[in-house]
Design a protein around this ligand. Sequence first.
Ligand code: NAP
Length: 242
Amino acid sequence: MTALITGASRGIGAQIATLLAENGYSVAINYNNSKEQALKLERELLGQGYIAKAFYADVSSMAEADQMVREIEQTMGDIDVLINNAGIAQQKLFCDITENDFDRMFDVNVKGVFNCCKAVLPSMIREKNGSIINISSMWGQVGASCEVHYSASKAAVIGLTQALAKEVGLSNIRVNCICPGVIDTQMNADLDDGTIGILKDETPLGTIGTPNDIAELALFLSGKHAGFITGQVIGVNGGMVI
Ligand code: NAP
C-alpha cells in the first residue's frame, strides 16, 4: 500500500508519514520549501527499514502536483492513500488581508487539495480502491477571528470532501476530513505562552494537541477498519469545537 502525504516535511504531515510507514505503508513524502527536512525524514524512515521517498511539488500548481504523482506511480506504484495535509496559515485583521494573501491561501489550501485529488483519482478509479483524507481545521467549522481567509479556505476543504465522497463512493473510494484543533507545530510557533495558556483553558481536555493525535486518526481512516466511513468531518480538538 502506497500513501502520499502532502506537506510532510515537518509537523502533522511528517508524523502522519512516520506512523503510516510504521504500519506498513510505503510513504511518499511531499515537500515544497523544506527539502532538507524531507530528505532527513526519508533517511530516518529508510534507516528503520521502512519504504519512504521524498518528492518535491508546490501543490498549488496543477502541473507540479501531476508531475509528482506520475513520479510516485512510476517509482512506488499506484497511490492507495492520499493525505492532503499541506497548508499555510496567516493571522491578519480582515481589512489588512490583501488580494495576494487571499489568493495564496486558496491556491495552497483549496486548489492544492483539488490538484492532488485530480492527479490520483484516475488510478484510484481504475483500481476501484482508495482513501483520501483532507486536513481541514476546526476554524473551517466555526470560523476564527483574524483568520477569515484561512477559515474560509478550510471550510471549502470540508465542502470539497463531502461532495467528492458522494461522487466517488461507487468506485470504492472514501473521502474524509480531519479538523484539528490547536496542535503543537511550527504553524503555531508565533503564539506566546500566555496565548497557549488561554487556548488550553478554553479546551475541555485542558491541553493542546500533538501531531500524533492527528496521525492516529489519519492511520485509522486510511485503512480497512474505516471501510464504511466516508464523507465525514471529524474533529480532533480536545473538545474545543463540538
Ligand atoms: P506546518 O508545521 O507549518 O507544516 C506545513 C507543511 O505544509 C510543511 O511541510 C510545508 O512544506 C507544507 N506546505 C505548505 N505549503 C505548501 C505547498 N504549496 N506545497 C507543498 N507543501 C506545502 O503546519 P502543521 O501544523 O503541520 O499543519 C499541517 C496541516 O494541518 C495544515 O493544512 C494546517 O492548516 C492544518 N492544521 C494545523 C493546525 C495546527 O494547530 N497546527 C490546526 C488545524 C489545522 P514546506 O516547508 O516544504 O514548504
